[in-house]
Design a protein around this ligand. Structure first.
Ligand code: AMP
Length: 433
């Protein structure tokens, strides 16, 4: 496996990456001045038709890193070869875990392709909406298909599409695509594709056990692992609070900081509605986003949030993957995510593409141990902070043992800790100073 690292000299403009004029013109229009690190490293290898495994933070520009070279390749084969494809062919297949991501990735690809003047067709297919419109869109085949696995299998079984012409397969959010929930669907899909093809895996995180699964999928891949320093515009903070006080602290923070927008994560669908009700009683209007909502409602809420018409959105992890919401100032973990990898995905919704962002976790005593695990797995260590008016009863070091004995401290006995640079920055940004 060849390893590319950020230390290698990387081109700092798109022309040097070998991209063709219709793409360069579009990037100029979109005001992309230079490639992001993942783009600079991935694009030459993808253009050279190498397999790739790329670990890069969310918001790092992953979509363009695979979409630009894929479009260039498709343009080349369309103009140099006779098109002898069957009517229901697909050449570039992008598999994604959620419906929203399918739409978002397809929209980005269409936008990068505008100067091909319709010569390259991109279609998105996903569940929750009628399959008929998607079948119609697939008539005559498509150059790029962005799909969630379940709906794709349905469309294959009704002969709307065949995978035997796939030349490039991309797994976006690959760790999720290779995880348990999708294993069977992915195996069925892989069996329908040619063995000879380019395979690209992109994800923010690549846990070791997932990496092991990728060996069968990839042929002599280039590996790119960007350092987390690339997301240094994201400040992470953790506030401790007594049990039963989380909602009050959340409402206080929302009111105090008047964030233009905030995305709040909880762990269950009904918890979204429950928290929205509780916030509403405190004078805060919030919308909810979870898997029980119909697809139409999901799209409407997300579009309104993206357009800035909704200030507070409470969501389950369905919103944690890959969604690109411009200038989202704050992401809040009201419930901690179950897995350490999901923590990274959630917080990656803020601080995207160099914007300043804040990721807050609100934890009570029951969350302490789990937050320690999240930190350890993600190689983080955040100072536990308290908010005036919501001070917690101090717990002894052995708080993680079975006897959680609170140790009340006399008032005023706490030494004021010096703030680190990150917190000072966050305070300036939050208007606390
Ligand atoms: P992604 O990680 O693909 O979801 O991209 C995150 C955001 O960064 C999207 O809004 C992209 O439009 C934007 N973006 C991607 N590449 C660049 C670039 N080279 N320059 C500026 N913005 C970019």
């Amino acid at each position: 496996m060849s390893i590319a690292t950020t230390n290698q000299p990387t081109p700092n403009n798109f022309t040097e990456l070998g991209l063709i004029q219709p793409l360069l013109a579009r990037l100029t229009e979109m005001k992309y001045q230079q490639p992001t690190p993942i783009q600079a490293q991935a694009i030459p290898s993808v253009l050279a038709r190498r397999d790739l495994i790329a670990g890069a933070n969310t918001g790092s520009g992953k979509t363009a890193a695979f979409a630009l070279p894929l479009l260039q390749y498709l343009h080349k084969i369309k103009t140099t070869k006779h098109n002898n494809n069957d009517g229901n062919y697909v050449t570039g297949l992008v598999l994604v875990p959620t419906r929203e991501l399918a739409k978002q990735v397809a929209d980005s690809i269409k936008s990068y392709a505008v100067h091909f003047n319709g010569a390259i067709k991109t279609v998105a297919v996903f569940g929750g909406v009628s399959a008929n419109t998607q079948m119609l869109a697939l008539r005559g085949g498509t150059d790029i298909l962005v799909a969630t696995p379940g709906r794709l299998l349905d469309l294959i079984s009704s002969n709307a599409i065949k995978l035997d012409n796939v030349k490039t397969l991309i797994l976006d959010e690959a760790d999720r695509m290779l995880s348990l929930g999708f294993t069977e669907e992915l195996a069925s899909l892989l069996a329908l594709m040619p063995k000879q093809k380019q395979t690209l895996l992109f994800s923010a995180t690549f846990p070791e056990q997932v990496k092991a699964l990728t060996l069968d999928l990839l042929n002599d891949p280039v590996e790119i692992q960007l350092q987390s320093a690339d997301s240094s515009t994201l400040v992470q903070r953790v506030f401790t609070v007594n049990k039963g006080q989380k909602t009050a602290l959340l409402a206080h923070l929302i009111k105090q900081h008047k964030w233009q927008q905030s995305l709040i994560f909880v762990n269950a669908k009904n918890a979204c509605n429950h928290l929205a009700d509780k916030l509403s009683k405190r004078g805060i209007t919030a919308e909810v986003f979870h898997g029980d909502k119909g697809q139409g409602a999901r799209t409407r809420v997300l579009d309104a949030f993206k357009a800035g018409e909704i200030q507070v959105l409470i969501a389950t992890d369905i919103a944690a993957r890959g969604l690109d919401i411009e200038k989202l100032p704050v992401v809040i973990n009201f419930d901690l995510p179950r897995s350490p990898a999901d923590y990274m995905h959630r917080i990656g919704r803020s601080g995207r593409a160099g914007e300043v962002g804040l990721a807050l976790s609100i934890i009570d005593h029951e969350d302490y141990h789990h937050f320690n695990v999240i930190e350890k797995k993600n190689k983080l260590r955040l100072e536990r902070e308290q908010v005036a008016g919501f001070e917690t009863i101090e717990f002894e070091k052995d708080v993680f043992s079975s006897t959680n004995k609170p140790v009340a401290k006399p008032e005023g006995s706490g030494k004021k800790k010096r703030k680190n640079k990150q917190q000072v920055n966050a305070d300036i940004w939050l208007g606390n100073v």
